[in-house]
Design a protein around this ligand. Structure first.
Ligand SMILES: Cc1cc2nc3c(=O)[nH]c(=O)nc-3n(C[C@H](O)[C@H](O)[C@H](O)COP(=O)(O)OP(=O)(O)OC[C@H]3O[C@@H](n4cnc5c(N)ncnc54)[C@H](O)[C@@H]3O)c2cc1C
Length: 249
Protein backbone atom coordinates (compact mmCIF):
# COMPACT_ATOMS: atom_id res chain seq x y z
CA UNK A 1 0.00 0.00 0.00
CA UNK A 2 1.16 3.54 -0.74
CA UNK A 3 0.27 6.24 1.80
CA UNK A 4 0.76 9.97 1.27
CA UNK A 5 0.76 12.22 4.36
CA UNK A 6 0.43 15.94 3.58
CA UNK A 7 2.13 18.13 6.14
CA UNK A 8 1.77 21.84 6.73
CA UNK A 9 4.56 23.80 8.42
CA UNK A 10 3.07 26.04 11.12
CA UNK A 11 4.41 28.41 13.81
CA UNK A 12 5.04 26.75 17.16
CA UNK A 13 1.97 27.19 19.37
CA UNK A 14 3.93 29.41 21.81
CA UNK A 15 4.86 31.92 19.07
CA UNK A 16 3.93 35.57 19.58
CA UNK A 17 2.46 36.44 16.18
CA UNK A 18 3.30 39.75 14.46
CA UNK A 19 3.02 41.00 10.88
CA UNK A 20 5.11 42.84 8.28
CA UNK A 21 4.46 44.52 4.90
CA UNK A 22 1.59 46.71 6.12
CA UNK A 23 0.08 43.79 8.05
CA UNK A 24 -0.22 41.63 4.93
CA UNK A 25 2.36 38.97 5.86
CA UNK A 26 3.43 36.95 8.88
CA UNK A 27 6.71 38.12 10.44
CA UNK A 28 8.52 34.80 10.25
CA UNK A 29 11.92 36.01 11.57
CA UNK A 30 12.72 34.12 14.74
CA UNK A 31 9.58 31.96 14.48
CA UNK A 32 10.06 28.25 15.21
CA UNK A 33 8.09 26.14 12.69
CA UNK A 34 6.68 22.72 13.55
CA UNK A 35 4.64 19.99 11.84
CA UNK A 36 0.96 20.99 12.05
CA UNK A 37 -0.29 18.99 15.10
CA UNK A 38 -3.23 17.47 13.19
CA UNK A 39 -0.73 16.20 10.60
CA UNK A 40 1.35 14.54 13.33
CA UNK A 41 -1.71 12.47 14.32
CA UNK A 42 -2.08 11.53 10.63
CA UNK A 43 1.59 10.64 10.24
CA UNK A 44 1.53 8.45 13.33
CA UNK A 45 -1.60 6.67 12.04
CA UNK A 46 0.14 6.08 8.70
CA UNK A 47 3.09 4.50 10.55
CA UNK A 48 0.71 2.24 12.52
CA UNK A 49 -0.86 1.09 9.22
CA UNK A 50 2.60 0.50 7.75
CA UNK A 51 3.60 -1.63 10.74
CA UNK A 52 0.43 -3.74 10.40
CA UNK A 53 0.81 -4.08 6.61
CA UNK A 54 4.38 -5.00 5.61
CA UNK A 55 5.43 -3.54 2.28
CA UNK A 56 3.57 -0.28 2.89
CA UNK A 57 5.41 2.93 1.96
CA UNK A 58 4.75 6.23 3.73
CA UNK A 59 5.61 9.41 1.81
CA UNK A 60 5.25 12.89 3.32
CA UNK A 61 4.45 15.79 1.01
CA UNK A 62 4.78 19.51 1.62
CA UNK A 63 3.96 22.46 -0.62
CA UNK A 64 6.42 25.23 0.20
CA UNK A 65 9.95 26.60 -0.25
CA UNK A 66 13.16 25.00 1.06
CA UNK A 67 12.84 26.88 4.37
CA UNK A 68 10.37 24.08 5.26
CA UNK A 69 13.00 21.32 4.81
CA UNK A 70 13.76 21.01 8.58
CA UNK A 71 10.06 20.30 9.23
CA UNK A 72 10.04 17.70 6.42
CA UNK A 73 13.21 16.09 7.81
CA UNK A 74 11.50 15.86 11.22
CA UNK A 75 8.66 13.88 9.60
CA UNK A 76 11.29 11.58 8.07
CA UNK A 77 12.97 11.23 11.48
CA UNK A 78 9.62 10.25 13.00
CA UNK A 79 9.45 7.37 10.50
CA UNK A 80 8.21 8.36 7.01
CA UNK A 81 10.12 6.53 4.25
CA UNK A 82 10.59 9.42 1.83
CA UNK A 83 9.40 12.94 1.13
CA UNK A 84 8.26 15.21 -1.68
CA UNK A 85 8.39 19.01 -1.59
CA UNK A 86 6.48 20.91 -4.23
CA UNK A 87 8.66 23.94 -4.67
CA UNK A 88 6.33 26.93 -4.51
CA UNK A 89 5.13 29.34 -1.83
CA UNK A 90 1.85 28.07 -0.37
CA UNK A 91 -0.65 30.88 -0.80
CA UNK A 92 -4.10 29.45 -0.07
CA UNK A 93 -5.85 26.08 0.45
CA UNK A 94 -7.16 25.74 -3.11
CA UNK A 95 -3.74 26.38 -4.61
CA UNK A 96 -2.22 23.86 -2.16
CA UNK A 97 -4.92 21.25 -2.92
CA UNK A 98 -4.44 21.89 -6.66
CA UNK A 99 -0.69 21.27 -6.40
CA UNK A 100 -1.17 18.09 -4.36
CA UNK A 101 -3.90 16.83 -6.75
CA UNK A 102 -1.67 17.44 -9.77
CA UNK A 103 1.13 15.44 -8.13
CA UNK A 104 -1.16 12.58 -7.06
CA UNK A 105 -2.71 12.24 -10.52
CA UNK A 106 0.78 11.43 -11.86
CA UNK A 107 1.81 9.45 -8.73
CA UNK A 108 -1.26 7.61 -7.36
CA UNK A 109 -1.61 6.66 -3.68
CA UNK A 110 -4.06 4.29 -1.96
CA UNK A 111 -4.53 6.52 1.07
CA UNK A 112 -3.98 10.27 1.34
CA UNK A 113 -3.92 11.72 4.84
CA UNK A 114 -4.09 15.45 5.57
CA UNK A 115 -4.94 17.23 8.80
CA UNK A 116 -8.56 18.33 9.28
CA UNK A 117 -7.13 21.88 9.37
CA UNK A 118 -3.90 23.74 9.90
CA UNK A 119 -3.50 25.56 13.22
CA UNK A 120 -2.29 28.79 11.57
CA UNK A 121 -4.60 29.67 8.66
CA UNK A 122 -7.32 27.22 9.86
CA UNK A 123 -8.85 26.85 6.40
CA UNK A 124 -10.15 23.26 6.92
CA UNK A 125 -10.43 23.12 3.13
CA UNK A 126 -7.52 21.07 1.73
CA UNK A 127 -8.89 17.57 2.58
CA UNK A 128 -12.28 18.03 0.91
CA UNK A 129 -10.91 20.12 -1.99
CA UNK A 130 -8.35 17.38 -2.67
CA UNK A 131 -11.01 14.65 -2.67
CA UNK A 132 -13.11 16.70 -5.08
CA UNK A 133 -10.18 17.43 -7.41
CA UNK A 134 -9.17 13.74 -7.47
CA UNK A 135 -12.76 12.49 -7.75
CA UNK A 136 -12.40 10.23 -4.68
CA UNK A 137 -14.17 10.21 -1.27
CA UNK A 138 -12.91 12.47 1.52
CA UNK A 139 -13.71 12.14 5.23
CA UNK A 140 -12.75 15.08 7.45
CA UNK A 141 -12.59 15.49 10.41
CA UNK A 142 -11.80 11.80 10.88
CA UNK A 143 -11.19 10.28 14.33
CA UNK A 144 -11.06 6.58 13.46
CA UNK A 145 -9.54 4.64 10.55
CA UNK A 146 -8.84 0.99 9.89
CA UNK A 147 -7.82 -0.59 6.61
CA UNK A 148 -8.78 -4.10 5.55
CA UNK A 149 -7.41 -4.91 2.11
CA UNK A 150 -8.82 -2.30 -0.26
CA UNK A 151 -11.61 -1.26 2.16
CA UNK A 152 -11.45 1.46 4.80
CA UNK A 153 -13.67 1.80 7.89
CA UNK A 154 -13.81 5.35 9.16
CA UNK A 155 -15.30 7.36 11.99
CA UNK A 156 -16.19 10.89 10.94
CA UNK A 157 -17.19 13.80 13.15
CA UNK A 158 -20.56 15.40 12.43
CA UNK A 159 -22.54 18.08 14.28
CA UNK A 160 -23.47 16.60 17.65
CA UNK A 161 -22.10 13.12 16.99
CA UNK A 162 -20.09 10.66 14.96
CA UNK A 163 -20.75 8.67 11.81
CA UNK A 164 -19.37 5.26 10.90
CA UNK A 165 -18.46 4.96 7.23
CA UNK A 166 -16.90 2.49 4.82
CA UNK A 167 -15.18 3.37 1.58
CA UNK A 168 -13.06 1.69 -1.06
CA UNK A 169 -9.52 2.98 -1.46
CA UNK A 170 -8.29 5.43 -2.65
CA UNK A 171 -9.63 8.00 -0.19
CA UNK A 172 -8.61 11.26 1.47
CA UNK A 173 -8.71 11.40 5.27
CA UNK A 174 -8.51 14.67 7.24
CA UNK A 175 -7.04 13.57 10.55
CA UNK A 176 -6.97 14.97 14.07
CA UNK A 177 -6.54 13.73 17.64
CA UNK A 178 -8.50 10.48 17.90
CA UNK A 179 -6.99 8.98 14.76
CA UNK A 180 -4.29 8.12 17.30
CA UNK A 181 -3.93 9.46 20.83
CA UNK A 182 -1.40 12.02 22.07
CA UNK A 183 0.49 9.29 23.96
CA UNK A 184 1.05 7.51 20.61
CA UNK A 185 2.86 10.46 19.01
CA UNK A 186 6.52 9.71 18.32
CA UNK A 187 9.48 11.88 19.26
CA UNK A 188 12.36 11.39 16.81
CA UNK A 189 15.24 9.48 18.41
CA UNK A 190 18.92 9.87 17.45
CA UNK A 191 18.78 6.90 15.05
CA UNK A 192 15.72 8.37 13.31
CA UNK A 193 17.39 11.79 13.02
CA UNK A 194 20.53 10.23 11.49
CA UNK A 195 18.47 8.12 9.07
CA UNK A 196 16.38 11.14 8.06
CA UNK A 197 19.48 12.86 6.69
CA UNK A 198 19.84 10.26 3.95
CA UNK A 199 16.18 9.49 3.21
CA UNK A 200 15.04 10.80 -0.21
CA UNK A 201 13.52 14.30 -0.25
CA UNK A 202 12.42 14.83 -3.86
CA UNK A 203 11.84 18.42 -4.92
CA UNK A 204 9.36 18.80 -7.77
CA UNK A 205 8.38 21.96 -9.57
CA UNK A 206 4.87 23.36 -9.15
CA UNK A 207 2.13 22.91 -11.72
CA UNK A 208 1.02 26.55 -11.49
CA UNK A 209 -2.20 25.87 -9.55
CA UNK A 210 -3.87 29.25 -8.87
CA UNK A 211 -4.96 30.67 -5.52
CA UNK A 212 -8.48 31.99 -4.95
CA UNK A 213 -7.79 34.27 -2.00
CA UNK A 214 -5.85 37.50 -1.56
CA UNK A 215 -4.74 38.75 1.87
CA UNK A 216 -6.00 42.31 2.42
CA UNK A 217 -4.55 42.58 5.90
CA UNK A 218 -4.14 40.69 9.15
CA UNK A 219 -5.09 41.96 12.60
CA UNK A 220 -4.33 40.58 16.06
CA UNK A 221 -7.18 40.11 18.57
CA UNK A 222 -7.70 42.91 21.11
CA UNK A 223 -5.42 42.40 24.13
CA UNK A 224 -7.07 40.74 27.14
CA UNK A 225 -8.19 43.17 29.86
CA UNK A 226 -6.42 43.01 33.22
CA UNK A 227 -7.68 40.31 35.57
CA UNK A 228 -9.69 41.52 38.61
CA UNK A 229 -9.50 39.44 41.77
CA UNK A 230 -12.70 39.48 43.86
CA UNK A 231 -12.73 38.40 47.48
CA UNK A 232 -14.51 35.05 47.83
CA UNK A 233 -16.90 36.58 50.42
CA UNK A 234 -17.77 39.60 48.28
CA UNK A 235 -20.48 38.05 46.09
CA UNK A 236 -22.26 41.41 45.59
CA UNK A 237 -19.14 42.89 44.02
CA UNK A 238 -18.73 39.81 41.79
CA UNK A 239 -22.34 40.12 40.57
CA UNK A 240 -21.89 43.88 40.01
CA UNK A 241 -18.76 43.28 37.88
CA UNK A 242 -20.37 40.48 35.88
CA UNK A 243 -23.42 42.68 35.24
CA UNK A 244 -21.85 46.08 34.60
CA UNK A 245 -18.37 45.36 33.31
CA UNK A 246 -18.29 41.89 31.78
CA UNK A 247 -21.99 42.25 30.84
CA UNK A 248 -22.46 38.47 30.87
CA UNK A 249 -25.46 38.36 33.24
C1 LIG B 1 2.30 34.59 1.86
C2 LIG B 1 2.08 33.24 2.46
C3 LIG B 1 3.13 32.36 2.53
C4 LIG B 1 2.94 31.10 3.06
N1 LIG B 1 4.00 30.23 3.10
C5 LIG B 1 3.81 28.98 3.58
C6 LIG B 1 4.86 28.01 3.59
O1 LIG B 1 5.96 28.28 3.14
N2 LIG B 1 4.63 26.77 4.10
C7 LIG B 1 3.37 26.46 4.60
O2 LIG B 1 3.18 25.31 5.04
N3 LIG B 1 2.36 27.33 4.59
C8 LIG B 1 2.56 28.58 4.10
N4 LIG B 1 1.52 29.47 4.08
C9 LIG B 1 0.26 29.02 4.59
C10 LIG B 1 -0.46 28.35 3.46
O3 LIG B 1 -1.00 29.31 2.62
C11 LIG B 1 -1.56 27.48 4.02
O4 LIG B 1 -0.99 26.43 4.74
C12 LIG B 1 -2.36 26.91 2.87
O5 LIG B 1 -2.98 27.97 2.24
C13 LIG B 1 -3.39 25.94 3.34
O6 LIG B 1 -4.35 26.67 4.04
P1 LIG B 1 -4.82 26.14 5.42
O7 LIG B 1 -3.58 25.89 6.20
O8 LIG B 1 -5.82 27.11 5.92
O9 LIG B 1 -5.51 24.77 4.94
P2 LIG B 1 -6.26 23.68 5.73
O10 LIG B 1 -7.32 23.24 4.81
O11 LIG B 1 -6.62 24.14 7.11
O12 LIG B 1 -5.16 22.55 5.87
C14 LIG B 1 -5.58 21.20 6.11
C15 LIG B 1 -4.46 20.26 5.85
O13 LIG B 1 -4.01 20.41 4.51
C16 LIG B 1 -2.63 20.08 4.45
N5 LIG B 1 -1.84 21.25 4.04
C17 LIG B 1 -2.12 22.56 4.27
N6 LIG B 1 -1.11 23.32 3.78
C18 LIG B 1 -0.22 22.46 3.23
C19 LIG B 1 1.03 22.61 2.57
N7 LIG B 1 1.58 23.83 2.39
N8 LIG B 1 1.68 21.52 2.12
C20 LIG B 1 1.14 20.28 2.30
N9 LIG B 1 -0.02 20.07 2.94
C21 LIG B 1 -0.69 21.14 3.38
C22 LIG B 1 -2.20 19.69 5.87
O14 LIG B 1 -2.35 18.29 6.01
C23 LIG B 1 -3.23 20.43 6.72
O15 LIG B 1 -3.42 19.83 7.98
C24 LIG B 1 1.67 30.73 3.55
C25 LIG B 1 0.60 31.63 3.47
C26 LIG B 1 0.80 32.87 2.94
C27 LIG B 1 -0.35 33.81 2.87
Amino acid sequence: MKILVCISSVPDTTTKISFTNNNTALQSNGVQFIINPNDEFGLTKALHIKEANPGTNVTVLHVGPNSSDPVIRKALAIGADDAVRINVEAIDPLQVAGEIAHYVKANPYDLIITGKESIDYNGAIVAHALGEMLGIPSVSPCIGLSINGSEASLTGVVDGGKEELTASLPIVVGGQKGLVEEKDLRIPNMRGIMQARTKPLNVVEASGSKEAQKVVNYDTPAPKAACKIVDANNVDELVRLLQNEAKVI
